[in-house]
Design a binder for this molecule. Structure first.
Ligand code: RP5
Length: 164
């Protein structure tokens, strides 16, 4: 199975991105974790994205905050899909990160999830890998069924609680 490359702009993004790693673990999807910055280590960013496909990755998840150019810089130099995770920064509650990642120019998309939505980035990555891994499709179907059962149980509980 191809791996996911989780790239963070800083170790300060780690706490949020642990949610991504945990979710990938539940699906049994292999991943590597890197700290590479579009601004502080641009040569490493270029090397990572240019070699990502040959290094066995099927998708890149790029998490960054503030002027969050990491996802776009990685997407510019690989044909692999790149998923961007905007990290909630100290200013603007992450709106700066979100817009920096999502507003890519035509031709270089970054599939952007919500602010701090590390788990959704993992699920989206699993869905991409599932296109060539039937076993992951089965796990995704079970994941959705479990989620549905959980919400239905909450619905039954709350409707009984407020029944008149
Ligand atoms: C971005 O700048 C990182 O992704 C991080 O979210 C933000 C702040 O980085 P630190 O100053 O905490 O290292 O590049």
């Amino acid at each position: 199975m191809k791996k996911v490359c989780i790239v963070m702009g800083s170790d300060s993004d780690l706490k949020v991105m642990e949610g991504c790693m945990n979710k990938l673990d539940t699906f049994g999807v292999p991943y590597d974790v890197r700290i590479v910055s579009a601004h502080r280590t641009p040569a490493a960013a270029e090397k990572l994205s240019k070699n990502a496909a040959a290094d066995g990755y099927g998708v890149i998840i790029a998490a960054a905050g503030k002027a969050a150019h990491l996802g776009g810089v990685l997407a510019a130099q690989t044909t692999l899909p790149v998923i961007g995770v905007p990290i909630k920064s100290s200013f603007m509650d992450g709106l700066d990160s979100l817009l920096s990642i999502v507003q890519m120019p035509s031709g270089i998309p970054v599939a952007t999830v919500g602010v701090n939505a590390a788990d959704n980035a993992a699920i989206l990555a699993v869905q991409m890998l599932a296109l060539s891994e039937p076993e992951l499709t089965e796990k995704l179907a079970q994941f959705k069924a479990d989620m549905q059962a959980s919400v239905e149980a909450k619905d039954a509980k709350i409707s009984a609680q407020f029944a008149k």
